[in-house]
Ligand binder design. Structure first.
Ligand code: FAD
Length: 370
């Protein structure tokens, strides 16, 4: 069986790795030119029951523990006046919680675990046509072609594989603006102290200013806004600072200190409850299957999808159709409540009462809930 995985993000690479451990080969077709073609973004906290579980299945949990930063779990929640509302301190050196790891480090860890040639770089899938005898004929940007018996769409938010299974399209849910303060401890020690070794969120009225310490010493600063705000106003530091007028200068210094111009992105999500009727020879994992508002679950669930799909394919090598059906049934049941909760938390973060809501959320009644 020839397995083609479209997309070499965390979902696609985890799938290829676990299949490889079961002796099942796959080719990952990735649109980027190489592993360092694009910044992979900030940190992720990997949850024991999903991201860490998948790494265990991938035989990489030991490497993860040597690369992860449990201290990155520390987080502070402030109000616009700079008052601390919540300060969470993890147990020193503990991997019991949700240790953070840089996305680049995690992706490299997965890439290094695959046999040479598993990833075909610079292969952006543009079309997949069903073949009369089953499977798909794949067409890539630039005219390359390949065939496969099973196509797995792990190609993220704007998946090219998804339309083979559903007409549902993602819709905008918010705007996230990204900035970087490089070498923060040396260049801006006051900001390093403000944020600490993990995350900071400052909750305003329908706007959030956040910052995250990366393992390489940079600080990633983020601004979250409702989807109806003007994207162009987010393209300059001055425009952003106007939105944060009246906030504590110690907080807005996070924007002022940023290295380059802000990078705004529209964040989209698929409707909660999205599913599809099984179609032989094709399925989806990760954001391609269930793009959710970003509140800490997407990458974890993408990796768990990969582990579960690989497990089903390894258990039913002679009947991939049954394996995919079993994977999809379990995945839909698992994802729907997580997607619903992610949508609720995301709406809460951008609500007029976000600061009070978030404090309530972090009281013991909710402890352990994402
Ligand atoms: C601002 C923000 C913060 C987030 N924070 C967190 C967090 O803290 N924790 C968490 O768990 N999740 C978080 N997420 C969600 C997380 O990033 C995604 O859910 C996760 O990356 C999904 O993994 P994936 O492998 O499905 O897709 P992706 O990571 O998007 O990977 C898809 C891959 O496919 C490639 N590709 C795309 N189209 C094609 C094509 N046509 N042909 C070939 N290749 C293609 C892409 O180049 C990419 O490498 C966050 C998301 C955002 C936007």
């Amino acid at each position: 069986m020839r397995i083609a995985i479209a997309g070499g993000g965390l979902g696609g690479l985890t799938l290829a790795r676990i299949l490889h451990r079961h002796g099942i080969g796959a080719v990952v077709y990735e649109r980027e030119a190489g592993r360092s073609a694009r910044s992979q973004g900030g940190m992720l906290d990997l949850h024991p029951e999903s991201g860490q579980h998948a790494l265990d299945r991938a035989g990489l949990i030991g490497r993860f523990e040597s690369e992860a930063r449990p201290e990155g779990e520390e987080h502070r929640i402030l109000d616009p006046a700079g008052r601390t509302l919540v300060h969470h301190l993890p147990r020193p050196g503990s991997f019991a919680g949700r240790p953070e790891i840089d996305r680049t480090v995690l992706r490299d860890l997965l890439l290094d675990s695959l046999p040479d040639g598993t990833v075909a770089w610079q292969r952006r899938l543009v079309a997949a046509a069903p073949r009369p005898g089953g499977g798909f004929e794949l067409e890539f940007d630039g005219g390359h072609r390949a065939g496969c018996d099973l196509l797995v769409g792990a190609d993220g938010a704007r998946s090219a594989v998804r339309p083979l299974l559903t007409d549902v399209r993602p819709a905008p849910v918010s705007i996230v603006v990204e900035l970087t303060v490089s070498d923060v401890a040396r260049r801006h020690p006051e900001l390093a102290d403000l944020v600490g070794p993990g995350n900071l969120w400052a909750m305003g009225v329908r706007q959030v200013l956040s910052a995250q310490r990366l393992g390489d010493g940079d600080l990633r600063v983020g601004v979250s806004l409702p989807a109806d705000r003007d994207l162009d106003a987010c393209r300059s530091k001055r425009g952003l600072l106007e939105m944060f007028a009246g906030w504590d200068p110690g907080l807005t210094a996070l924007i002022e200190a940023a290295d380059g111009p802000p990078a705004p992105h529209r964040i989209e999500a698929m409707p909660t409850g999205t599913g599809w009727a099984h179609r032989p020879g094709v399925t989806l994992v990760g954001d391609a299957a269930h793009l959710m508002p970003p509140v800490g679950e997407g990458a974890n669930q993408a990796m768990l999808d990969a582990a579960e799909l690989a497990g089903e394919l390894a258990a039913e090598p002679s009947d991939p159709g049954a394996a995919i059906r079993a994977y999809e049934k379990a995945m839909f049941a698992r994802i729907h409540p997580i997607a619903a909760r992610s949508a609720r938390v995301h709406a809460m973060m951008l609500s007029p009462t976000a600061a009070e809501d978030i404090v309530r959320f972090f009281t013991p009644k909710h402890a352990g809930v994402d």
